[in-house]
Design a protein around this ligand. Structure first.
Ligand code: C2O
Ligand code: CU
Length: 573
């Protein structure tokens, strides 16, 4: 229990979250779940004992590559069978790649109700490239931001039509804490804010994790303290100074702040952008110098009158091919370690263009009605599913990693190989095969074209290098499409930059724009690649990268849980 507040009878009551009463899901009765902080090379064993009535679960270790431990990536029906109620699954893997990572449920909407926590893998200072830039890297300076609804997530799915809040969160939490002000009454809960304490004169490494679920980007600003960004998604970058970081769900940023201001307390503000403007969701925390008060004397930043923003990391305008005084694009960060030569060669071994969009339909127009059981509802009543390259992802009945023989081969599909007659809305297990060790270039093209909505895509099992982000340079093109992107590429206008492109595992595709990323497919297995907006993950904005063959995989762990049908022969005559 994170906080004990006396209730009316003066007994102690456990308070998690922002003080608004709702049902939540917890890991070890904590919100967020326990912070797992280990050293590179440590052997990790996590027993997940599912005590949630009527729910199955898996946990995914977001950012960890699972090299050699593919079976523990935690994607249901891809790397394992989900853990049924009442049973325990043992995850075991080595903390391979260092950095700021996190873990979360990868089943249904459970993440939105509280199933997440930080996962930090540290290196010894001699191995850490930026160790000289900070004095402390403390367990207490992990900043995990999440969005928070005042109802269980299922209440908001498939849709809320025109009501506010619809699918936007009421609030934001910082390390599971925060206050909530009722917009109608002005009443504010008296729950505590998260406090990060620093000693004057010292430099601190902060590890920021965006664990949002909804579509709102998060804007982080710390009063009076510039942020020296040193890593993105666990991968070190050449340090850059910014004042504000805009991040999307699944991204992590490490930054250093120097406690060189007056001994005082300073506001930390996280605002939800985009659709969060509807509910004006924001949260505060406090940067407190030792011996200073616990709350700043300066007025509280509000949603509309926030902290000064200065130079922004990750501006949402997609102008990424020029140097600017006001902003730094993610693709302009420079990787701090040398980049694989193969990534920098002109022609990748495999080049894949993947447009993604929504499909809106009236339920009566269905081609395969039995498959359309997961959808959102748009304000006009249309049903909405997601398509990547014309395919809405369906999970197979068994994990291909351990039970490929139990999956009908015709379930798998991709852009060149679709089920007959499915038209432009195929529902199947979208799988892209790439040879082991091939250099793969993926161009994600936003055909959703919803203003203010940039979809963050996350790849399991890898960090990729972001070689380009942009919009069409062609003023005529109001809406980008696969055709336009291919045409731009032919004309050499699809912006790419090969000067130390940053390593990341999650990247937001700017609305009406594209992202070009590359990786070497040196981690065999089936890796989910998907939009990290939770509601989009569950309506098909996913696909699998299948790297290598089954001969490249380590053996299935002994006694590994299997799934499938239970149809013994009929015993009666
Ligand atoms: Cu954090 Cu597949 O996701
Ligand atoms: Cu999306």
């Amino acid at each position: 229990c994170q906080l004990c507040l006396p209730n009316a009878t003066n007994a102690c009551q456990c308070v998690l979250g922002d003080g608004f009463e709702k049902s939540i899901l917890t890991i070890n009765r904590q919100l967020p779940g326990p912070s797992i902080q280990v050293c590179q090379g440590d052997r990790i064993v996590v027993d997940v004992d599912n005590q949630m009535q009527g729910m199955e679960v898996t946990l995914h270790w977001h950012g960890l590559w699972q090299q050699g431990t593919q079976y523990y990536d935690g994607v249901p029906y891809v790397t394992q069978c989900p853990i049924s109620e009442g049973s325990t699954f043992r995850y075991q893997f080595i903390a391979g790649n260092p950095g700021t990572h996190f873990y979360h449920a990868h089943t249904g909407l459970q993440k939105l109700d509280g199933l997440y926590g930080s996962f930090i893998v540290r290196q010894t200072p001699s191995e850490e490239v930026h160790a000289h830039l900070y004095d402390y890297d403390l367990t207490t300076h992990v900043m995990l931001a999440s969005d928070w609804m005042h109802e269980v997530a299922q209440e908001r799915f498939p849709g809320r039509l025109q009501r506010i809040p619809g699918q936007e969160p009421e609030n934001i939490l910082i390390n599971g804490k925060g206050q909530y002000m009722d917009p109608n009454t002005g009443y504010m809960t008296n729950t505590p804010l998260e406090i990060f304490t620093v000693t004057p004169g010292r430099r601190y490494r902060f590890r920021f994790i965006n664990s949002f679920c909804t579509v709102c980007p998060a804007q982080l600003t710390i009063q009076g303290h510039p942020l020296l960004v040193i890593a993105s998604d666990g991968e070190p970058v050449h340090p850059v100074v910014v004042n504000t970081i805009i991040s999307f769900t699944g991204e992590r940023y490490d930054f250093v702040i120097t406690a060189d201001q007056n001994v005082d307390a300073y506001w930390i503000q996280i605002r939800g952008l985009g659709e969060c403007g509807n509910t004006r969701a924001q949260q505060l925390a406090v940067l407190r110098y030792a011996r200073a008060p616990y709350e700043p004397l300066s007025p509280r930043p509000t949603y509309d009158y926030g902290l000064a923003q200065g130079v922004v990391l990750n501006p949402l305008d997609a102008i990424c091919n020029v140097e600017r005084p006001d902003a730094i694009c993610v693709s302009q960060l420079k990787n701090a370690r040398p980049v694989d030569e193969g990534i920098l060669q002109e022609h990748p071994d495999v080049k894949i263009f993947l447009p993604f969009r929504f499909l809106l339909y009236q339920p009566e127009q269905l081609f395969q009605p039995h498959l359309y059981n997961r959808f959102l509802v748009a304000p006009n009543g249309d049903h909405v599913i997601s398509l990547v390259d014309g395919i809405s992802f369906v999970f197979p009945p068994s994990p291909p990693l351990s039970q490929i023989e139990d999956i009908p081969p015709e379930m798998f599909c991709n852009g060149d190989n679709r089920p007959p007659d499915c038209g432009e809305n195929c529902m199947c297990t979208h799988k892209i095969d790439v040879p082991l060790n091939a250099i793969v270039e993926v161009v994600l093209v936003d055909e959703v074209q919803q203003p203010n909505l940039s979809h963050p895509f996350h790849l399991h099992g890898y960090a990729f290098n972001v070689v380009g982000i942009g919009r069409s340079p062609d003023q005529q093109i109001k809406k980008i499409s696969l055709k336009h992107a291919l045409d731009l590429d032919r004309r050499g206008l699809l912006h790419r930059q090969f000067n130390l492109p940053p390593g990341k595992d999650t990247i937001a595709v700017p609305n009406n724009g594209y992202v070009v990323l590359r990786f070497r497919a040196n981690n065999p297995g089936y890796w989910l690649f998907h939009c990290h907006f939770l509601f989009h993950t569950v309506i098909g904005m996913d696909f699998l990268i299948h790297a290598g063959t089954h001969a490249d995989l380590p053996p299935i762990p002994p006694n590994f849980q299997r799934c499938g049908d239970h149809l013994p022969p009929i015993l009666f005559h």
